[in-house]
Design a binder for this molecule. Structure first.
Ligand code: IDP
Ligand code: MG
Length: 156
């Protein structure tokens, strides 16, 4: 099963959208294997967004991401990186499709509520950036056989 790092950004927390967003992932059948409430240190935010260094929005992005507490989640599931990125929607709230998290809850370019890893490589690096091994949980949900077809032995 694949894993991805999700951040409910400071605007999600301030706007009281934590429960709603987490519910969407739960209802989809994705498994939460890590979750914490934290304030991102500036050095960690710089590292997390290093690929955007030099762009006009970089400094304000780091300031925004460190401006208040965030919810950090690690989700597990079949194709979870693609599935969660689709559920998030396009980067800018005013472009994101209705039905997506960004499309339903925002109209801003910078304040777009949520981050999600965009590839298996970045997911691996981002999960270990924010979570220690002992903060991640391997467990079987009782409903697993109704979320996945397990008849072949592998979740389908
Ligand atoms: P993503 O979050 O959909 O992967 P990226 O292009 O990786 O989008 O950008 C990272 C974050 O930087 C975005 O989620 C958004 O908060 C912010 N951002 C990206 N482009 C702009 C911009 O043109 N203006 C302001 N903020 C931006
Ligand atoms: Mg990105």
């Amino acid at each position: 099963m694949d894993r991805t790092l999700i951040i409910l950004k400071p605007d999600s927390v301030e706007r009281g959208l934590i429960g709603n967003i987490i519910s969407r992932f739960e209802q989809k059948g994705l498994k939460i294997v890590g979750m914490k409430f934290s304030r991102i240190a500036p050095a960690v935010a710089h590292e997390h967004y290093a690929m955007h260094k030099g762009k006009p929005f970089y400094d304000s992005l780091v300031k925004f991401m460190t401006s208040g507490p965030v919810v950090l989640l690690v989700l597990e599931g079949n194709n979870v990186i693609d599935v969660s990125r689709k559920m998030m929607g396009a980067t800018f709230g005013y472009k994101a499709e209705p039905g997506t998290i960004r499309g339903d809850f925002g109209v801003s370019s910078a304040f777009n509520l949520i981050h999600g890893s965009d590839s298996p490589e970045t997911a691996k690096a981002e999960v270990s950036r924010f979570f220690k091994a002992e903060e991640l949980f391997d467990f079987n949900r009782a409903l697993e056989p109704w979320i996945y077809d397990l008849s072949s032995g592998n979740p389908q």
